[in-house]
Ligand binder design. Structure first.
Ligand code: PLP
Length: 369
């Protein structure tokens, strides 16, 4: 592997393939697989991730917003793309780029029907989202009649699937609540099928749903974090491989004496003669201030080095007093050993937030054999 000489987010597409096969093995052969590639594929790179998954035969993609779907279409992705949270202002572009909306309220359904009519669409694929307890987006169960009335006699759109989203699939202390959500979705599915003269496909599970409630896989599952190497529990993390590794190299080393301070606001004071290293990444790259001041460590030549003082916009300083290293040496912020989940947990957040926060300033590099 080439030595890192600047800050890079290394994206391992072999690991993506491993995670995809691992999750597929948890499912029936006929269950479709939707890969969630919103937010730059969880902060990695949506185009290269989507291209790899399309090549591996994924059935569907999901993004949050229309512009994310447009980016995939511009890159030549042809697989169907579900837009989870579209806005009416983007419906024309959504249709022009063959993106498929999640319709989650009467207002958004009416607005979409109008645009589809104006654009002379026939059977345009849409997905109806139901709220079964997350209370974020979605029709309630008792809106089925209303939805049906709006669709009756209209041929501009066709309901391709209906779906819902679990609130706490990773938390087994909430099992009762999750089973209730699954049950409500079952009832919605039955009632909805009775109304229509075709059967839309059904989907409910995210990554932790696949792990903990495989019996509720319906016709498709929607996985994000699992593809990127995290399963919301150590047992699953051990089976998966992190796709993104954040690496950098030491810019400069300082020897400081007892009582000297490091960084802005003199937030760190040396208690002895110490050695520090300055790294070329900071909160503008997605390593927030919460990771500073002795909370979190990085990996230098296989050893842990604490981040000291305040995280700056473009730099962090680490304590390397007991580590044999020099300027130019590689530093791993997170990756295969010190994982994004471990790094994130040092300041009470989760891998999802750390990964999606790695900014576009950080260069992406790729491993794919
Ligand atoms: C983000 C998202 C997912 C993916 O969840 P993971 O926990 O990352 O697998 C699935 N479904 C919906 C509706 C989402 O918003």
């Amino acid at each position: 592997m080439p030595k890192v000489t600047e800050t890079v987010l290394e994206i391992n597409l072999n690991h993506l393939e491993h995670n995809f096969s691992y999750l597929k093995r948890k499912l029936k052969a006929e269950t479709k697989f939707l890969a969630v590639v919103k937010a730059f594929a969880y902060g990695s790179d949506s185009v290269s991730v989507a291209k790899k998954l399309e090549h591996l035969g994924v059935d569907y993609f999901a993004v949050a917003y229309v512009k994310e779907g447009v980016q995939l279409r511009d890159a030549g992705i042809e697989t169907p793309i579900l837009v989870l949270h579209p806005q009416a202002i983007n419906f024309k572009e959504l249709i022009e780029r063959c993106l498929e909306p999640s319709l989650y309220s009467s207002k958004i359904l009416t607005e979409f029907l109008e645009v589809a009519k104006r654009m002379e669409q026939k059977n345009y694929p849409v997905h109806i989202k139901f709220n079964t307890g997350l209370n974020r987006l979605g029709f309630s169960q008792d809106a089925i009649d209303d939805i049906y009335e709006k669709l009756d006699g209209r041929n501009e759109i066709k309901v391709t699937s209906i779906f819902s989203h679990l609130a706490a699939s990773e938390d087994l202390t909430e099992k009762k609540f999750t089973l209730k959500q699954i049950d409500v979705f079952h009832k919605i599915a039955l009632e909805f099928d009775k109304k229509l003269n075709h059967k839309p496909f059904k989907h409910l599970l995210n990554t932790s749903g696949i792990i903990n409630y495989p019996e509720a896989q319906f016709d498709m599952v929607r996985s994000g974090i699992g593809l990127y190497g995290f399963g919301n529990e150590a047992r699953i993390d051990a089976e998966l491989r992190p796709v993104a590794s954040l690496k950098t190299s030491i810019s400069q080393i300082h020897k400081i004496e007892l009582g000297e301070t490091v960084g802005y606001n003199r937030a760190f004071t040396s208690k002895a003669s110490q050695v520090t290293a300055t790294l070329p990444l900071g909160h503008a790259d997605g390593i927030g201030r919460q990771y500073g001041n002795g909370k979190t460590y990085v990996n230098v030549n296989g050893q842990k080095a604490l981040i000291i003082g305040n995280v700056c916009m473009d730099m962090i300083m680490i304590d390397i007093s007991n580590i044999d290293c020099e300027a130019g040496d590689e530093v791993i912020i997170f990756g295969d050993n010190l994982t994004a989940e471990e790094f994130a947990s040092t300041s009470n957040t989760i891998s999802y937030e750390l990964l999606t926060g790695i900014s576009q300033r950080v260069k992406r590099t790729y491993i794919d054999s």
